[in-house]
Design a protein around this ligand. Sequence first.
Ligand code: PMP
Length: 307
Amino acid sequence: MVDRVDKIWMDGELVNWEDANVHILTHTLHYGVGAFEGIRSYRRTDGSSVIFRLEDHVQRLLDSCKIMGFECPFDLPTIADACMDLLRVNGLDEAYIRPLVFIGDGAMGLYANNPVRLAIIVWRWGAYLGDDALANGIRTKVSSFTRHHVNSSMVKGKIVGHYVNSILAKREAKAAGYDEALLLDHQGYVSEGSGENIFFAKNGMIQTPPFSSAILGGLTRDSVISIARDMGLRIKAQSFTRDELWLADEVFLTGTAAEVTPVVEVDNRTIGTGKPGEITLAIQQRFFEILRGENREYEHWMTEYRI
Ligand code: PMP
């Protein structure tokens, strides 16, 4: 259950949690055309709070709207301010932030010109795959479901309906006793997890699928690429196969929810030593130092707010 908060932001107004409702004819409920974001804020060790890559997330939300061909009724500064106000009003020094652009009710049918609406919800959310996953790694399985073809769904958008594919894969993996699903693209190359980007390391070289492949352009992925480069690690964006993953020394997933999660098993093959690898742990540690404000080299990624 999501921890209930006092207020939800809807179409520019703060409304009470129990009043944040929509009509059953809400278009997005029927056809899945909407766009959303997942953003995190962190309490730093000095007691201040920051939102991680706020503007980049809001820009991706607007990009998702552009991809789907509808106009978000609010601009970037308004949405960014709304996220900060909402955290303040709900007294959250650390939270997950979920903006959702959706098509409201009015006409039905696929070609409807209904009002575009925006809601923002915030709640406390711990480690998405669990604290144990961050510390000890997870078991994964390649899914029987293929990631969207880049010309059937526009994968650079974080679009509501796209997540049917992710949920099919996630449910299949969980039902078979794994923690997370890995999806291959239509050519058979590894694309990403159900809600995370993927990396592997082999002989000191880190590799992740290229931005132009069937992946969401993750902001954690982008951050990890910068962090790895700044740490002097070698990293490249290049497609790879499922068996390259099996033979990797280390595998890890990145995402706003999953943060930097080590993978210790793929398709019942142990990765490396079966424990989170050295490179993975070094990047994970640096990532959390940055989020906790113990490393201040990436302040341009942070938006401070007060509650
Ligand atoms: N891929 C998919 C399919 C996702 O849902 C997410 C989570 N937004 C990611 C990758 C990671 O993106 P980010 O690091 O921006 O959260």
